[in-house]
Structure formats: C-alpha cells, structure tokens
Design a protein around this ligand. Structure first.
Ligand SMILES: [Zn+2]
Length: 511
C-alpha cells in the first residue's frame, strides 16, 4: 500500500476559524494529542501573526518529538526568518512558504506581475532552504490559476529546493473530477515534480473538501492538508477524520494507508471541539453525536443481530468509549489523575489541583461523573489560565413576576469585588453585573447551551461568542450543573480572553 502523509493544520488554519483564539497551553495540549493521533506534520502556526503566535510555535517545536513541525511564512524574508526562529528547537522543522498564483489575486491583492511573483517564490524557497532541508511551497489560489503559469512557478520552486508542493483550493471552488484532472496535468507538465511530494489543501465552501482531496490522491497527491473536525477559515478545511476513515473503510478500493491511530480520532475530536469552543454538529460524519446512533427500529434490530448490517465502521475503531460511567464522590486524586491520563490529558501539579477541586464540587451535585463531564471540566481548567477575573459566587432572583436580578462576586487579580444588576432575564442580569465589574467593552454575539451528557442532572455547557471593541471575536465556555453558573463562567472566560489578548487584531493569511 502507498502511504499518504497527513499534514494537520488544526492549529493554523483551524485556529483561524472565526472566534477561535487558542492560548499557548491549549495549542500545546492539542499538539501533543496530534502526536498521539499519529499525524506526520503539525502546522503549528504563523509566527509573523503576533509574538504570541511565534511563542506558541516555538513552544510546540521544542516540546513534541517524532513529528515534523511546520511554520507558515509568506514569500518574504521577514516572514521566513521569523518562521526559522520559531522552529529553532524543532526535531524535524519545515518552513511552509506561500504566494498567490491566480490573476485575480495578483491584480487585486498583491498588485504584482506574474514575473515578480515567480521571482518572489523562487527567492523565498531559496531563503527557507538555507535554513532547513524540508521546505514546502504553496501556490495560493492554485485552483483558479492559469495552469501553464502555475506549472512554471512550481518548477521554479522545485529548482530552488522545495521538497513539497502544495496545490490549495483556497476558496473551495473546485469539484472532484476537475480537481483530480488538474493535479494530473500539473504532474505531467511540471519539470522535476517526480522528485517532490505533491500536497493538496482543500476548503469546504461547497462541501467538497474531502471529495476533492480524495480525487487529488487518486491522481498522485501524497500529502493531504486537513483539520480535526474540518475546522478552518469560512466553511473550513477537509476534515481529518473523514478523509482518514474513508481511506480506511474503503482501503481495498483505494489501496492507501496513513500513520493515523484511528482509535485516537474520537478523543482528538472532543479535545479540539472543547478547546476551540466550536461544537461538532450532531450529524457530522464519523465524530458527530448521531454518527453511530440508530433511530429506526429496523436498523436497531439489524445492528443488534449483526453490527455490519447498518454500520460501516465499528465505533471502537475510532475510539468511541464503550462505557461512560467512571468516577464519583469517593474517587481519590489518584483515580482522577489516572483517568485523565487515559483520556489523553497530562496536567501540571497546579492544574491538577484546581481541576480536582472542581471535580469534588461537581461530585457534590452529580452522582456519577462520566468521561465527558471530566473532559469538559478539565478543558475549562486548561483554557482559562491565566484569568484576570474569576467567579466567586452568584445569586440570581428570577421568575415570572419579578424583575430578574443578579448579584455577582468576582475576584479581579485576586481582589474580591461585588456588583448587582437587573436585566430582561437572569442571564442578561448576570452579564450586566459582570460588565459592571470588568468594565471591558464588548458585545455578546451568540449564546448557546448544551447538555454534556444525558439525564436530568447533566452538566450544562454554555458557549458564548463575544466581540471586543477592536472587532475581534472570542469564544468563552463554561460548564456546571447549574446553567446560570455555566453562563456566567462562559462569559467571564471570553472576557478574560479579551483582556489577555494584548496584541490586537492578528495578521491572518489564508492559503
Ligand atoms: Zn486554508
């Protein structure tokens, strides 16, 4: 079987999803899980975006082993030098440089001639090559580029030392037959292409990202750029789990394998969803809540008699937990820690201490703590550090005949502050009281609530999207058996992110 290399861009393109702003700890947690999942290349970020992004790439580069770590750079020396700096400690560094090759982008965005772009590509690859042997070149908006010109740019990149050539469908415009044909033509017309790996990066604007990627693979692409849960700019990127499981479920048809440990897929999906605050739609292929749920009586009957009657993938293969009941009131710190390790979390002593304290609080309100409860709780601990504001207490009075009123106690840099406010509902009252304390100007854009697990004592998870004064959006998440408390925690989480993000709007290039 031929090997397909999985290039994961969850931490770069995925992180560019509207509202997603991962901090360095969250990124590291995801990177470590991606290593366990068995991806070949982790695109850790775009170091030029901000000092925080550069620091996160450097942290990941220095912390993960046995995997290639890529950093994105536009085709200029400043970006490439910054990428090299961030990758200094990487075991297997890769610089990923890109420039647009479509006339639309050349004319309207870059304002450069074709010859200028070709030169810039050549010089950028040369510069990157002087730092690392592993250089990837992307021709942005390749699918809308004139093919002869595109092949000339790619040939120049090969000549300059590129080892991977990426053909992105940046705007998600391609369709499978055409895109497969496109890759085949590029292979036929680009001198030297047999020496390098062909890669594709497909966006999902028409819902075809995975189909286009598969078509490319059938026509010679051997690296696929994907993101967990298909997150990314706009409608997102090709979903890692869908692509990998298609190659797995239909391996006799395709004849390709990957290095992915499929039993880590479900856990990775959960982790990414939780840390990014982007929920997975119920009917999402492979990892959606309904993916293995059989509602029709005939189907249920069939699956009970023989699983393969209506299931093409055994849920065990992607690591869907078979039983969920785990811990309770009597569980000690050791059991807590070891269960977390089984779920893929490695926490510092400090994080463990606060997470365990919240676990004990939760045990007082809920009899059995499932893996999902645990995960939600721990993710909240990881993602909330370091907080400026912390919830201490909350009192709400609400009903059909009273004006909803909330009293909130927060600590602000460890100093206690209390405020009260009225609103048109309890959540509104809570948020107004929080606003009075934090004095952070922002607007609530969306508010969503979901039960983490079933049952009337289920843990509620609230996700809010908040827009800062500077126009950036931030997601906040809070969990609790009390939905009002979860609402308060989610909002405080988002406000903490606004305060922590001192850099302002980031440079966000899209490949
Ligand atoms: Zn992209």
């Amino acid at each position: 079987m031929d090997r397909i290399y999985v290039f994961d861009t969850t931490l770069r393109d995925g992180e560019q999803s509207p509202g997603v702003n991962l901090n360095i700890k969250e990124k590291l947690q995801i990177a470590k899980q991606l290593v366990r999942l068995g991806v070949d290349i982790i695109e850790a970020g775009f170091p030029m975006a901000s000092p925080g992004d550069a620091a996160a790439v450097a942290k990941i580069a220095g912390s993960v082993k046995g995997v290639t770590v890529a950093a994105l750079a536009r085709a200029n020396f400043g970006d490439i030098d910054r990428a090299r700096e961030a990758l200094r400690e990487a075991e297997q560094p890769r610089i990923h440089t890109f420039i647009s090759t479509s006339d639309i982008h050349l004319q309207h965005q870059l304002r450069m001639s074709r010859e200028q772009v070709l030169e810039a590509a050549r010089e950028a690859v040369k510069r990157a090559k002087s730092y690392t042997a592993d250089v990837e070149f992307s021709a942005m908006d390749a699918s809308r580029s004139e093919i002869d010109y595109l092949c000339r740019v790619l040939a120049a990149a090969i000549e300059a030392g590129a080892t991977v050539l990426n053909i992105p469908d940046t705007v998600g415009y391609a369709v499978p037959d055409e895109f497969g044909e496109f890759i085949r033509t590029i292979r036929e017309r680009t001198p030297g292409i047999e020496k390098v790996t062909i890669s594709v990066h497909c966006h999902n604007d028409l819902g075809l990202a995975v189909a286009n990627t598969l078509a490319a693979v059938q026509n010679g692409a051997r690296q696929v750029e994907v993101a967990v849960n298909g997150i990314g700019e706009r409608a997102g990127n090709a979903a890692l789990e869908e692509l990998v499981m298609t190659l797995y479920a239909r391996r006799s048809l395709y004849g390709f394998n990957t290095g992915i440990k499929t039993e880590e897929i479900f856990r990775t999906s959960k982790l990414v969803s939780s840390l990014t605050g982007m929920p997975v739609q119920y009917n999402k292929a492979i990892v959606g809540k309904n993916s293995f749920a059989h509602e029709s009586g005939i189907h249920q009957d069939g699956v009970l008699k023989e699983r393969t009657t209506y299931e093409i993938i055994d849920p065990k293969v992607i690591g869907v937990p078979q039983s969920t009941l785990v811990l309770g009131k009597l569980s000690g710190r050791h059991a807590f820690k070891s269960r977390l390790a089984e779920l893929g979390y490695v926490l510092s002593e400090e994080e463990l201490k606060t997470a365990f304290a919240r676990f004990k609080e939760l045990c007082d309100r809920k009899k059995s703590i499932t893996d999902e409860d645990l995960q939600a709780l721990v993710d909240e601990e990881i993602r909330r550090i370091p907080p400026t504001f912390e919830l201490k207490y909350l009192h709400v009075s609400s009903g059909t005949t009273v004006v909803p009123t909330a009293t909130i106690g927060l600590t602000v840099h460890d100093k206690p502050v209390e405020e009260a406010a009225c609103g048109n509902g309890p959540v509104d009252a809570i948020y107004k009281a929080i606003d009075k304390i934090t004095a952070v100007k922002c607007t609530l854009e969306t508010y969503g609530i979901d039960a983490v697990t079933g049952g009337k004592d289920a843990v509620g998870s609230v996700i809010v999207r908040v827009r800062s004064e500077r126009g950036q959006t931030f997601l906040g998440r809070g969990i609790s058996t009390d939905v009002l408390e979860a609402s308060a925690r989610a909002y405080i989480d988002a406000v903490n992110k606004i305060v922590a993000d001192a850099n302002g709007p980031k440079l966000r290039p899209e490949v």
